[in-house]
Design a protein around this ligand. Structure first.
Ligand code: CP3
Length: 392
């Protein structure tokens, strides 16, 4: 097990713990705020720094990953940092070839469309660990037994986390993350961006049991990966179920939920006290079910009402993160401030009290064509909201 107190003792003490307090239900000094892909292409300094560096090479170099993680802190008064990495480093660690193609996004060179495709992934992975002669039917069990060794392949992420937390010098907590098994399976089966979800749907309606085999392997590797991130210094974890919307409610409960819960149960057993957030993208029905899960907080998008969601979750001792529509940032800065104030007022009241168990965020990540000034306005407006009452 990972002792959080022992890990904390290796690093500078935390100055701004508003995010952690919000999650624990203690009152923060202000509404904490961060955004997904806060390190990214909308920042000219990001474009400049990454010009000659291939995407995954940035993730693999701890100095580069650390530099990029810290870039937004030169501009914004954010309350959390998220380690520069990607959810697709896990499929890579399983031996799958993934490329980031300009204008197209991630592309898998090794696709999983048949049983044989997946058996080959397992076989190659075991061979890499020096294990041969495992009967095909039980390769998955063998990998699960050795998931700690599989997670060794991601040592560059742990190094980046340790370095970044050291350089953060206690300014804000550092978030570690991974993609959820279902989302990783969607990428592995579709191979590239999809609007139709053809391949993953064919899989679940023809070979449901085999899909469970794949998801179980992925969940065990993800859990080890997250626990190692905590050991390396991550103070909070987020699990991204970015393709939750590929599944209708009943299938979401079968193919997504059990593995989200398995991950949280395993990680919390291994790292007692570690706060965990889950993001089920574009699946408003998931919120109610996740109220009864090991996660501390659910990250919601603009398809849900913030006030209602927050009341429902705080009633069961959990919180919400979100959910300002990302398109809000296409308004001019002054209008962004107005819209954010309006959004928070509608959810929490005009008085501007700081709600507990709430972290402000966008419904999804920053886009490359957003104006950095608009993110500044967003962050300022969130912080200003809670100050209303003190001023009067
Ligand atoms: O600042 C941060 O949020 C931390 C870093 C981070 C990245 N990706 C960096 C990145 C995080 C948390 C992610 C998670 C991630 N990656 C998700 C889950 C979040 C979500 O949006 O639902 C997903 C689905 C991915 C897979 C992925 N990686 C996509 C869809 C893309 C965009 C491709 C494109 O061309 O638009 C990426 C690339 C990526 N990951 C970028 C960044 C900064 C941009 C690519 C670049 O800089 O060249």
């Amino acid at each position: 097990t990972v002792d959080l107190a022992e890990v904390n003792a290796r690093f500078p003490s935390l100055q701004n713990d508003n995010v952690l307090r919000a999650i624990r239900g203690q009152s923060p000094d202000r509404i904490p705020v961060w955004v997904m892909r806060q390190a990214g292409r909308y920042l000219p300094e990001y474009l400049e720094y990454t010009k000659e560096k291939e995407f995954f090479s940035r993730c693999q170099n701890p100095e580069v990953a650390c530099h990029l993680t810290l870039q937004p802190f030169e501009r914004y008064d954010l309350d959390a940092a998220i380690i520069f990495s990607d959810i697709l480093v896990v499929p890579q660690a399983l031996g799958m070839e993934v490329k980031m193609v300009k204008g197209q996004g991630p592309v898998f060179l090794s696709v999983v469309r048949t049983r044989e495709d997946w058996y080959n992934v397992e076989r190659r992975l075991l061979a890499r660990l020096g294990i041969t002669d495992v009967p095909t039917e039980v390769q998955d069990e063998e990998i699960i037994k050795r998931s700690e060794e599989v997670a060794d392949a991601l040592s560059y992420v742990y190094d980046a986390i340790t370095l970044t937390r050291t350089r953060l010098n206690g300014r804000v907590p550092l978030i570690g993350f991974c993609g959820a098994p279902w989302t990783l399976f969607v990428y592995a089966s579709e191979a590239k961006k999809t609007k139709t979800y053809t391949e993953c749907s064919k899989w679940i309606y023809t070979e449901p049991e085999f899909v469970h085999r794949i998801l179980r392997v992925l969940a065990h590797v993800c859990a080890r990966f997250l626990a190692r991130q905590v050991h390396a210094g991550a103070q909070l974890l987020q699990v991204f179920e970015s393709h939750a919307d590929a599944l209708p409610p009943k299938q979401w409960r079968e193919f997504s939920l059990p593995y989200l819960n398995l991950i949280a149960t395993m990680v919390k057993a291994q790292c007692p006290g570690i706060p965990m957030i889950v993001l089920p993208k574009n699946s408003p029905f998931a919120l109610r079910t996740l109220a009864d899960s090991p996660y501390d907080m659910v990250s919601i998008d603009q398809t849900l009402d913030l006030g209602e969601s927050h009341r429902a979750m705080t009633a069961v001792g959990k919180g919400v993160q979100g959910n300002v529509a990302p398109t809000t940032l296409y308004a001019p800065p002054a209008k962004v401030k107005e819209l954010v104030h309006e959004h928070l007022s509608e959810a929490f009241g005009e008085a501007g009290q700081i709600p507990t168990r709430y972290i402000a965020n966008l419904g999804s990540g920053m886009n490359p064509d957003m104006d950095p000034e608009c993110l500044a306005a967003f962050v300022e407006a969130v912080h200003a909201y809670g100050k209303q009452i003190e001023a009067s």
